[in-house]
Design a protein around this ligand. Structure first.
Ligand SMILES: NC(=O)c1ccc[n+]([C@@H]2O[C@H](COP(=O)([O-])OP(=O)(O)OC[C@H]3O[C@@H](n4cnc5c(N)ncnc54)[C@H](O)[C@@H]3O)[C@@H](O)[C@H]2O)c1
Length: 262
């Protein structure tokens, strides 16, 4: 599918992997709506790209009202810019590690629900709201394609480490949703892909202790280093441009398998 002159919704687009995605989509001629909590980081992205092609819609993805309002406002912008919706990249996420049972007793259930709310429910809510508009754009020839949904899981969906019960639950669900969603959306000419990175450089991993990062790098086969945000967004671009990619999860992990403990 062509990226130029289409509008993409990117949650978490103010930082890290989402930010690189916004920059690369913009460089390919797209309009991009950043749905994120962080106004100041989004302003930096807009300054680096273009205020007419990249807009910020302040959104907490755990608020269904905010998600619906931001997607509607982005759809109105897409209409007025004559750049129809082309896809949704759901990259907003939180880590928040916690043991299922530790020195302080059992896992705090509210903490568990928070991770699920942001990573899983926030993803589903963004996707379902975006589809209200994406399913109605004119299909592109020759296949009748309307757009692409890209979700972000993690290597922790497969081999979550100690402390990742909530995170792995949220990311495992995203992996599991990929195929049924692709099946639901095939009649509309909309594809669904999920990316599952291991450790990538971003503000999320910047706060990890050096020992933890070293242990994750040791688990990598090649290359032995964290991924770079643009190596993630490159694959987002491929998922959009390559029409045979559908209903699948791509691991971006240098052939690593995460160790049980850090
Ligand atoms: N960096 C990694 O190593 C890595 C590995 C695997 C998966 N991931 C996943 O990739 C995605 C992006 O992570 P990142 O590394 O770029 O992290 P990041 O912290 O740099 O960016 C996350 C963005 O999500 C936004 N966000 C958080 N909660 C939100 C909410 N409730 N509503 C709206 N926006 C919210 C933040 O403001 C931030 O801009 C996440 O889903 C993360 O789980 C990251």
């Amino acid at each position: 599918m062509k990226i130029e002159n289409r509008t993409f919704l990117v949650s978490g687009g103010a930082s890290g992997l989402g930010r690189a995605t916004v920059i690369d989509l913009h460089s390919k001629g797209a309009n991009v709506a950043i749905l994120d909590l962080n106004q100041s980081l989004a302003d930096e992205v807009i300054a680096e790209t273009s205020a007419s092609k990249v807009r910020f819609f302040k959104t907490d993805v755990t608020s269904s009202e905010e998600v619906a309002a931001s997607v509607k406002a982005a759809a109105e912008w897409a209409d007025s810019a004559k750049a129809p919706f082309g896809g949704i990249v759901a990259a907003a996420g939180v880590g928040n590690p916690a043991l299922i049972y530790g020195k302080r007793g059992p896992l705090d259930l509210d903490g568990f629900k928070f991770v699920l709310d942001v990573n899983l429910i926030g993803t589903v809510d963004l996707v379902r709201n975006g589809l209200e508009y994406l399913t109605k754009v004119d299909p592109e020839e020759p296949d009748g394609e309307r757009g692409v949904v890209i979700m972000v899981a993690s290597a922790a969906a497969y081999e979550g480490q100690s402390g990742q019960t909530a995170y792995s639950a949220s990311k495992g669900a995203i992996v599991s949703m990929t195929l049924p969603m692709a099946r639901d959306l095939s009649r509309y000419g909309i594809r669904v892909m999920t990316l599952a990175p291991s450790m990538f450089d971003s503000p999320m991993t910047e706060v990890m202790p050096e020992k933890v990062k070293e242990s994750l790098v040791r688990s990598m086969e090649f290359p032995k280093r964290p991924g770079k945000p643009h190596e993630f967004s490159q694959v987002v671009i491929s998922c959009i441009e390559s029409s045979m990619l559908n209903g699948e999860v791509i691991r971006l992990d240098g052939a690593s398998r995460m160790p049980a403990r850090l």
